[in-house]
Design a protein around this ligand. Structure first.
Ligand SMILES: [Zn+2]
Length: 441
């Protein structure tokens, strides 16, 4: 791989001191080799002129559903449980390998062109290999796996498997995909949520994730109706129930955590499990507001994510950053969540939630070269670059994106993908899903 130097940008290092410096970034063999002024370069080095650009760590989204990208606009204006039962589950059940592949490609195209380089993704029950293939081929750093569902009132039969089949097929997926593409593509266990998984399945997942050192990715405590049903069935609050089943540990990422009480916060702290905050999704489904400032104060690791296109329409992490920066002011006042705290959620915090902060999430020598160059545009002038990035980044244009030092977006264009052709496939495949799912558009 040809060494690369990104010259003269404003580098948001996200290192321990959170330094923002005008510097060059030298990339060799997929890693950051050096950051400094006027770094020497021999003739073989490829140079990117980043003067006037923000150079930031690739965004990390700790909760995404690529499989739902083609469900965009098909499930508006519903709360969680009817949203799932009336729309999302029938649409997921209608997927083929081909439509799954298209959904993943469209989602990854949006993620890369808006500066996200790493995701934690939850699939549906079937066809998840097609999603792994898209992640492998398009160069995103990917953690994901099929959704595990062995029960569920109102779930279509296509989404339900018996416990052994769910575990066996997940295991086979792990064998095929975990730690592939040089460590960029990884398998995780994804029990969908406690209402779609038997205790036996949850306990087995807990056991295997610990033994294999593989992440658990699940949902909990998103919606008031959901937590009431969980309490009726398990006798516990949602996170307490997961804790009792052994599913909360330092390798667990729980999406949402909106409706949690003090005893559940204690479960998070004791277990080391992480929360992914999804402000756009929580607002669109009218679920509520997770108390992120409080969780952070308690020492809980928190990441940020868009969830899916069916509950958040955009997968642009900059929108989630802006929402997170504003939303918590309602309860905590104007200093509720600082711009720096929000940038942390979107980068190093998400990396820590996934247990990979040693490798990504900041721009420091030795880390993987997952780098985004943004033209700040109308985010400037502003004396505080972090404030400009967090509050104004939706005004910025993503110019260049690198994953493992490989260019995936150059001069604002996604490389190696014809977007018009891809979007035509997406429109065709969305029509197919609607027809097969027999729902009204
Ligand atoms: Zn979700």
């Amino acid at each position: 791989m040809i060494p690369l130097v990104i010259r003269g940008g404003l580098v948001f290092t996200q290192n321990a001191a959170r330094e923002v410096v005008t510097a060059d970034v030298l990339v060799k063999d997929g890693k950051i080799a050096a950051i400094g002024e006027n770094l020497p370069a021999d003739g073989a080095v490829k140079a990117i002129d980043a003067r006037g650009l923000f150079v930031v760590p690739g965004f990390v989204q700790a909760h995404i559903h690529l499989t739902q990208t083609l469900c965009r606009g098909l499930a508006d204006d519903r709360e969680l449980l009817p949203w799932l039962k009336d729309r999302i589950w029938p649409l997921e059940a209608a997927h083929s390998a081909e439509t799954s592949h298209t959904a993943a490609r469209v989602g990854i195209a949006e993620l890369l062109t808006t500066g996200t380089t790493t995701i934690l993704d939850m699939g549906t029950t079937q066809h998840h290999d097609a999603i792994f293939e898209a992640a492998r081929d398009m160069g995103l750093r990917y953690y994901g796996g099929k959704a595990l569902m062995d029960q569920g009132e109102g779930a279509p039969k296509e989404l339900l498997e018996d416990t052994d089949t769910a575990l066996r097929t997940a295991e086979a997926q792990k064998q095929r995909w975990h730690d592939t593409s040089g460590g960029r593509v990884n398998f995780v266990y994804a029990p969908r949520f406690i209402l779609s998984c038997t205790d036996a399945l949850m306990r087995k997942v807990a056991e295997r994730s610990r033994a294999d050192r593989v992440l658990i990715h699940t949902h909990a405590s998103e919606n008031k109706g959901e937590i009431e049903v969980v309490k009726q069935i398990t006798g516990h609050q949602n996170l307490r129930a997961l804790h009792e089943l052994g599913c909360l540990h330092a390798g667990t990422v729980v999406a949402h955590g909106v409706w949690i009480d003090e005893s559940e916060e204690a479960c998070l702290v004791a277990s080391g499990a992480a929360i992914c905050h999804c402000p756009g999704s929580n607002l669109k489904l009218a679920s509520g507001v997770a108390d992120v400032p409080r969780l952070l104060k308690k020492g809980v690791r928190v990441g940020l994510g868009a969830d899916g296109a069916a509950c958040d329409n955009t997968l642009d992490q900059r929108v989630e950053m802006r929402l997170a920066a504003l939303l918590h002011r309602l309860q905590h006042g104007p200093t509720g969540l600082s711009a720096q705290a929000v940038l942390d959620l979107a980068t190093i915090g998400g990396a820590a939630a996934l247990g990979i902060a040693h490798a990504i999430g900041s721009l420091e020598p030795g880390k993987r070269a997952d780098i985004v160059c943004l033209d700040p545009g109308f985010a400037l002038p502003s004396p505080d670059p972090v404030s400009a990035l967090v509050h104004g980044a939706t005004a910025a244009n993503v110019r260049h994106v690198f994953v493992d030092g490989i260019a995936r977006v150059s001069d604002g264009e996604l490389l190696d993908v014809s977007l018009p052709a891809l979007m035509a496939d997406a429109a065709r495949d969305q029509r197919r899903l609607v027809e097969r799912a027999r729902i009204a558009r």
